[in-house]
Design a binder for this molecule. Structure first.
Ligand code: PLP
Length: 285
């Protein structure tokens, strides 16, 4: 079924959606994005995603395409027009098109481009919540500003393809022997009841799900350590998991061919997933 998508102020059928070949995201990956989950037709963590969107835009000296209340209205309209019960909404803002290719940014007279579309997916009942993910480790070769959510996703996509080629689900990206994050998620281990995940810096994306999950964990009196860990430490952990808007909390059961714990989803990841879904349902707008 054809979706209705949003392009530069208009709702159109996906086959009629058009963006200039000179759009800077097409030519130079000069754009930022957000992915927001939808549970039971409601939008999760909207404020968090908007706050990060503004930060990404501001770091790249890019203009917001429209105000947050307009963006919320567009999210809701797309949910309605596409009968979306569960899934994601993808939002992309680019530096627009100056009608030619140039390394120099266009002036303020050139409007940003904005595109939103829905993705239909039963995130709550994802089979990976029960099976867990098998990951491999790969040296992180992305650029150094991973805190900005740009559409420049070639390396994570290559890493994911390498994992698939090895019959696995995802890759954890490592640097100086330590885990940064997954290709499209934040990475965690659990040891002796403590939840360990890399501290925030420019090395990783500041996950919106990460912030909420750590808050819920602390509220549930779980111990949280924000620090780096190695693949060897992860392989020796009791549990591992990852978080993302499109994955909530998803267990990781194997790293580089070694089972984590007993090789099945652990109780901490399973409990955090339940809490996250319950709280997100309550707070969704
Ligand atoms: N890290 C990377 C590299 C990502 O691409 C993503 C999500 O796309 C995340 C972490 C998780 O971020 P969030 O929880 O905001 O979806």
């Amino acid at each position: 079924m054809s979706r209705t998508v949003y392009v530069n102020g208009e709702y159109v059928a996906e086959e009629d959606a058009k963006i200039s070949i000179f759009d800077r995201a097409f030519l130079m990956a000069d754009g930022v994005y957000e992915v927001t989950s939808v549970i039971d037709q409601k939008i999760c963590e909207f404020d968090g995603h908007m706050a990060r969107l503004h930060r990404s835009l501001s770091e790249l000296k890019m203009k917001p395409a429209c105000a947050d209340d307009e963006l919320l209205a567009i999210h809701r309209e797309l949910v309605e027009r596409n009968d979306l019960d569960n899934g994601m909404i993808y939002l992309q803002i680019t530096r627009g098109s100056a009608g030619d290719r140039d390394f120099v940014w266009p002036g303020d007279d050139v409007p940003s481009s904005i595109v939103l579309f829905t993705q239909d997916k039963d995130l709550v009942n994802a089979p990976t919540a029960k099976t867990g993910l098998k990951v491999i480790s790969i040296e992180d070769q992305r650029w150094a500003r991973r805190d900005i959510k740009t559409v420049q996703l070639l390396f994570p996509s290559m890493a994911k393809m390498e994992a698939k080629a090895q019959g696995k689900d995802d890759a954890w990206l490592t640097e100086d022997g330590l885990v940064n994050e997954g290709t499209s998620n934040n990475a965690y281990i659990v040891k002796d009841g403590a939840i360990i995940t890399r501290h925030l810096s420019n090395d990783i994306l500041h996950g919106i799900t990460r912030a909420s999950v750590l808050r819920y964990a602390k509220e549930a009196q779980m111990k949280v350590e924000e620090r780096s860990f190695s693949i060897a430490e992860a392989q020796g952990a009791d549990e591992a998991f990852c978080t993302a808007a499109s994955a909530f909390v998803t267990p990781v059961v194997e790293i580089d061919g070694e089972a984590v714990g007993d090789g099945t989803p652990g109780p901490v990841a399973t409990r955090l997933r339940e809490i996250y879904i319950e709280e997100s349902r309550k707070a969704a707008i």
